[in-house]
Design a protein around this ligand. Structure first.
Ligand code: C2E
Ligand code: MG
Ligand code: MG
Length: 294
């Protein structure tokens, strides 16, 4: 497998299954060994150019494999229910970290459908808020449309969280299984348009039509919109013209560890309008340099 990394072979398993099995074994001790960490990506208000939130994104710093991106371990953690302790750690750590930020900056945390279908998700969120002292009103929980596959439990949990003042965002909008009906079952505050549609802006007419339609619809039902995966100035311009509220993506900054964000003063000194220009990219030193995860 390379990297001096050993996997345990079990008869009948193919290569992919063996790798998966090895990761699953390692995962169980990774939390205890403090191998998980959180990186933060800014969300920028497109009118003011200011950072209004940071999204916490989990990373696994594996002792042999290096930095592993969540696409490789979240689904696995969901399969073996390791997502429960991992998700609890993410919430607690992110709330603690966000206590060091200015009071007008929100924290966004991803919750998977499996986490939401667990009965104790509400007390887990309560505990993270209580222990850290982070205000519920500044916490934004991001869920995907797959959440509706477990409709009753999840909708109940989301309602209770909403009653505490927590904000709810529908992540990866347009790519899930539940479609528009998700919006009628949960009182979301925000829609996040998936980067699949944003990446086609401004030249792909289909993507432009979808993005414009989603923004119009959101405005009519009183929801804010964040565009995900914004990578260039043309996309920012198109989104501003469409009336999109917020944007997030490599154009502004890649996700980075808390220490780097604090060092670069991106949190402490959110960009001012004149630094942002009419639309343009913020100054390099304001934002965190790119960091690649595998
Ligand atoms: P997401 O919540 O939709 O997060 C956005 C993903 O897009 C992140 O990938 C981010 O690094 C990436 N991204 C941001 N801007 C750009 C861009 O301009 N271009 C491109 N190509 N990508 C961009 P990441 O960090 O690998 O996370 C992938 C997914 O894993 C997340 O998608 C989220 O669904 C899940 N995830 C991450 N952390 C957690 C967690 O703590 N708990 C749970 N349940 N899921 C998590
Ligand atoms: Mg998200
Ligand atoms: Mg997303």
């Amino acid at each position: 497998m390379g990297c001096g990394y050993f996997v345990f072979y079990e008869p009948g398993m193919d290569m992919a299954a063996q790798h998966k099995h090895a990761l699953e074994i390692d995962m169980k001790s990774a939390l205890e060994n403090q191998e998980f960490e959180l990186h933060y990506q800014p969300v920028v208000n497109l009118q003011s150019g200011r950072i209004v939130a940071y999204e916490a994104l989990a990373r696994w710093r594996h002792s042999k494999l290096g930095l592993i991106a969540p696409d490789r371990f979240i689904a696995l953690a969901e399969e073996n229910n390791f997502i429960k302790p991992l998700g609890e750690w993410v919430l607690a750590q992110a709330c603690r970290d966000a206590m060091t930020w200015p009071k007008d900056i929100r924290l966004a945390v991803n919750l998977s459908a499996v986490q939401l279908s667990n009965d104790d998700i509400v007390p887990i969120v309560d505990r993270a808020l209580e222990t850290s002292g982070f205000p519920a009103e500044r916490l934004e929980l991001e869920v995907t449309e797959t959440v509706m596959l477990e409709r009753d439990n999840s909708a109940r949990a989301l309602k209770l969280l909403k009653e505490r003042g927590v904000r709810l965002a529908l992540d990866d909008f347009g790519t899930g299984y539940a479609g528009l009906s998700t919006l009628t079952h949960v009182a979301f505050d925000k829609i996040k348009i998936d980067r699949e549609f944003v990446s086609g802006l401004p030249s792909n007419p289909m993507c432009s039509a979808i993005v414009n339609t989603v923004i119009d619809m959101a405005e009519q039902i009183g929801l804010k919109v964040t565009a995900e995966g914004v990578e260039n100035r043309e996309q920012v311009e198109a989104l501003k013209l469409s009336g999109c509220d917020e944007a997030q993506g490599y154009y502004f900054a890649e996700p980075a560890p808390l220490a780097r964000i604090l060092k670069n003063r991106a949190v402490i000194a959110p960009i001012a309008k004149d630094e942002f220009g009419d639309i343009g990219r913020p100054t390099q030193e304001t934002y965190c340099p790119p960091q690649k995860a595998i």
